[in-house]
Design a protein around this ligand. Structure first.
Ligand code: C5P
Length: 225
């Protein structure tokens, strides 16, 4: 099957409040975005990689992706979901069989994880990586008071890349009424698409806060002398 990776990198990263969006922060010898892309561009089963960005970041983007073979970038939307939709619409002329949708904010995606998602798609329209939730969940009031939380039994945390049959997820995005869903499995659900889960990877965490960035830097070991 033809497979395209769609990487959304059009967010402003406001929770990190850095001088530039987090996907363009340095991480080891490259910018964070380059790490998030390389497992896809290197993967023998992936035909093309499409990145969605905010065009006002285009100078940073060109620097970040030096040496990568990518489709021309697509301009993102106001929300993550809008950015995914823009990327899917731009891919309609390729009409791949499969699309893997990935957050640029996850630089530690592995090729094994990509394989698990692709394998999972053999039997279903959608397949997402998940990790178990081991901490007990609490809901906090506006005053930071602890109230009861949802039972963690039966709950998992969703990661990306999330894989889908291209035609199915494009249709789900086109018909989805709500534009503030935070992942594509939620969009798939609105269209009644079956979505399977495979084992995610604890290293494949999403960079959201300054602490996440510190953890990411600690994971990039400097080259040996
Ligand atoms: O904000 P959050 O970290 O949840 O965003 C997840 C991913 O979606 C990030 O890689 C971000 O760049 C992307 N995004 C986007 N367009 C937006 C908002 C977020 O491409 N309008």
């Amino acid at each position: 099957p033809s497979v395209v990776a769609l990487v959304v990198a059009a967010g402003r990263g406001e929770r990190l409040s850095s001088e530039r969006p987090k996907q363009y922060l340095p991480l080891g010898e490259r910018m964070l975005l380059a790490h998030s892309l390389r497992r896809f561009t290197e993967h023998p089963g992936i035909d093309h990689v499409q990145v969605v960005i905010d065009p006002s970041d285009s100078a940073l983007y060109e620097k970040a992706v030096q040496g990568f073979d990518l489709l021309p970038f697509v301009a993102g939307g106001e929300t993550r979901q809008g950015s995914v939709r823009a990327g899917l619409e731009a891919l309609t002329h390729f009409h791949p069989d499969i699309v893997l949708i990935h957050d640029a904010a996850r630089p530690f995606v592995s090729s094994n994880l990509i394989d698990r998602v692709l394998d999972g798609l053999a039997h279903t329209a959608g397949c997402i990586p998940v990790v178990p939730i081991t901490d007990t969940l609490k809901r906090l009031s506006a005053r930071q008071e602890v109230t009861s939380g949802p039972d963690r039994n039966g709950l998992s945390a969703a990661q990306t890349p999330q894989g889908f049959r291209f035609a199915s997820i494009l249709n789900a995005h086109r018909t989805c009424g709500n534009d503030s869903l935070t992942d594509d499995a939620a969009v798939a659900e609105t269209a009644g698409l079956p979505v399977a889960a495979v084992a995610g990877d604890p290293y494949n965490f999403k960079i959201t806060s300054r602490d996440d960035m510190t953890r990411a830097e600690a994971m990039i070991l400097p080259p040996m002398e």
